[in-house]
Design a protein. Structure first.
Lengths: 193, 363
């Protein structure tokens, strides 16, 4: 018995368990990704106050609301992850249908697996956007005192607090990788079943 | 049969228009990279509000530009800005977002690639996209559900479409270069408008402010490092003016030493910052004036320091009087001269120099 045959027999035998695991992992990826998109990654305190998430930000600089073009662009790019989440939701619905009804057309099974694979590039986009956002935040928060004809203006110290969400964004690909592997195994198992 | 054939023709034409429009839009989106005469961009930021809003589609064209035009300038394939051109001279262009408080730093004019010629509002883009997609999906989805597609095809379509979306997002909505005018333009500003030393020794400091306001003076000192002398001063804030009262003893010490420079240190709490200032204050010591008017000797001290005048009044051989008079800062002393014919006044000037005033009167 070669390795592939062993794999296929295992996948077929534990198909229901793999499907349940995949459904759970896919649901977890959706929830975590949605949280990463919405929850603030950076909290700013000082002259520039506010919160910065991937899909939104709110910054107040000396009582004036500030729009930062670079963060607006990050928000636009983050919508590509929303598309990924939408595809993952479709894959989850199909997985649930397969789990409950035990039947799914070949094309829909393929679509389920393909949509699950989208979580990998989407996780890469999240990681890249998080790093880009951190870089933009550190640049805009570089607010120092300066000298004018009246003297030296000393501003309050600018503090950037990085939240747990930012760390999570760098690790979500692990969940995406697990989801993708399980999706492929579920597809292979369903093919055999 | 005739009607059905006619309907199919319309649907085929609809498909062709839809695919053709999508192809043209894709080509226009990539046109910027190929430097084609016409290109397309989607607004990502809010710096041009209300003229351009995020999601608005802008049709761009090459051509002559002039101040007032909305232009697109790029520093890289995915690093572009759509702002209004406000100045163009000698190959240097200055742009500004309509919603930004300050202009962008000047850029070489050759970075400007396109001029905005037409704006498609985001609502129209959304309505047209949904209106076009719904009938297509309505017709195609049942067909797709029946079709048995291999995994390779489905994976290629799904992942390919997703990656296309991911990679075209930065091209369609390019990220502006790292120019943070939004923050820099909102910095509190305070500048010195006037610093004036009055004859009585009060220093008047007037400020101009923008986006801030002085709240209180928290510290005030004066010093003359060369003389190793320091003193605390009293400062009062009146709107944008600070009135500083320097102790008389400090002026007296400078006067005695003949020193005409001191430093004023102020710490002013602003509404959102702190101002730490160190101003040089020059004191022009002037000679004490002595005048006789209507048999009255007037000794006028124009300086902020006290001094001593020794006045000798004589009417020889009858009498002779010597007075030691304190000439307070910025004040006048009047001494009646009735019964005297000669007066000699010796005054201690700055730097402990003595000046003498002698005159003959007939009082």
């Amino acid at each position: 018995m070669n390795l592939l045959t062993l794999l296929m027999s295992t996948v077929k035998r534990y198909h229901r368990i793999l499907l349940a695991a995949y459904t759970t992992a896919q649901a977890a990826w959706i929830v975590v990704t949605a949280y990463i998109l919405v929850a603030p990654h950076h909290v700013l305190k000082g002259p520039l106050e506010g919160q910065v998430a991937l899909l939104w930000y709110s910054l107040i600089f000396f009582e004036t609301s500030v729009r930062v073009a670079q963060l607006d662009a990050v928000t636009v790019y983050a919508y590509t992850v929303v598309v990924g989440v939408a595809l993952a939701l479709e894959a989850l619905v199909l997985a649930l249908k397969l789990l409950i009804a035990r039947r799914l057309s070949k094309t829909m099974r393929a679509f389920m697996a393909s949509s699950a694979l989208v979580s990998l590039p989407a996780s890469g986009v999240i990681a890249a956007l998080s790093r880009l956002e951190a870089d933009i935040v550190s640049r805009i928060a570089r607010i120092h005192g300066y000298t004018t004809s009246a003297g030296r203006i000393i501003l309050e110290e600018q503090v950037i607090e990085t939240t747990f969400t930012h760390s999570l964004a760098g690790m979500v690909w692990l969940l995406a990788a697990a989801t993708s592997i399980l999706a492929v195994l579920v597809y292979l198992g369903a093919e055999e079943a | 049969m005739y009607q059905s054939s006619d309907g199919e023709k319309v649907l085929k034409l609809y498909d062709k228009v839809l695919v053709g429009t999508a192809a043209v839009l894709l080509l226009l989106a990539l046109a910027r990279l190929l430097d084609l005469p016409v290109a397309l961009a989607i607004v990502a930021g809010r710096s041009m509000e209300p003229t351009l809003r995020p999601g608005d589609m802008v049709v761009l064209a090459k051509g002559d530009i002039e101040p007032g035009d909305i232009v697109l300038w790029c520093t890289g394939p995915t690093s572009c800005t759509i702002h209004r051109l406000i100045n163009l001279s000698r190959g240097v262009a200055v742009t500004k977002g309509d919603a930004n408080p300050a202009p962008d730093p000047p850029i070489p004019a050759q970075l400007i690639k396109y001029r905005a010629v037409f704006v498609v509002p985001r609502e129209l883009v959304a309505v047209v996209a949904v209106a076009a997609a719904i009938p297509w999906l309505y017709r195609r989805l049942p067909e797709l559900a029946r079709v048995e597609l291999p995994i390779e095809t489905v994976a290629f379509i799904t992942l390919g479409t997703y990656l296309l979306i991911v990679y075209t997002a930065p091209l369609l909505a390019p990220q502006p270069p790292p120019v943070f005018t939004a923050i820099q333009g909102l910095m509190p500003r305070i500048w010195l408008e006037k610093l004036h030393l009055t004859p009585n020794g009060t220093i008047i400091i007037a400020y101009g402010v923008e986006r801030t306001w002085p709240v209180e003076v928290v510290d005030c000192t004066v010093d003359a490092p060369e003389l190793n002398a320091t003193a605390e001063c009293m400062a009062r804030l009146r709107a944008l003016t600070v009135l500083v009262n320097v102790p008389r003893e400090f002026y007296n010490m400078l006067y005695m030493q003949g020193w005409s420079m001191m430093w004023l240190h102020l710490t002013v709490e602003l509404t959102n910052a702190t101002l730490e200032a160190r101003y040089p204050v020059h004191i022009a010591w002037r000679p004490v004036k002595m005048v006789v008017k209507n048999c009255i000797l007037v000794i006028a001290n124009p300086n902020p320091a006290d001094t001593i005048a020794i006045v000798t009044l004589a009417n020889p051989p009858l009498n002779k009087t010597t007075l030691r008079v304190k000439a307070s800062a910025a004040s006048e002393i009047e001494i009646p001269l009735k019964g005297y014919r000669y007066i000699v006044v010796r005054v201690l000037e700055a730097g402990e120099r003595e000046s003498t005033y002698a005159t003959h009167v007939n009082c």
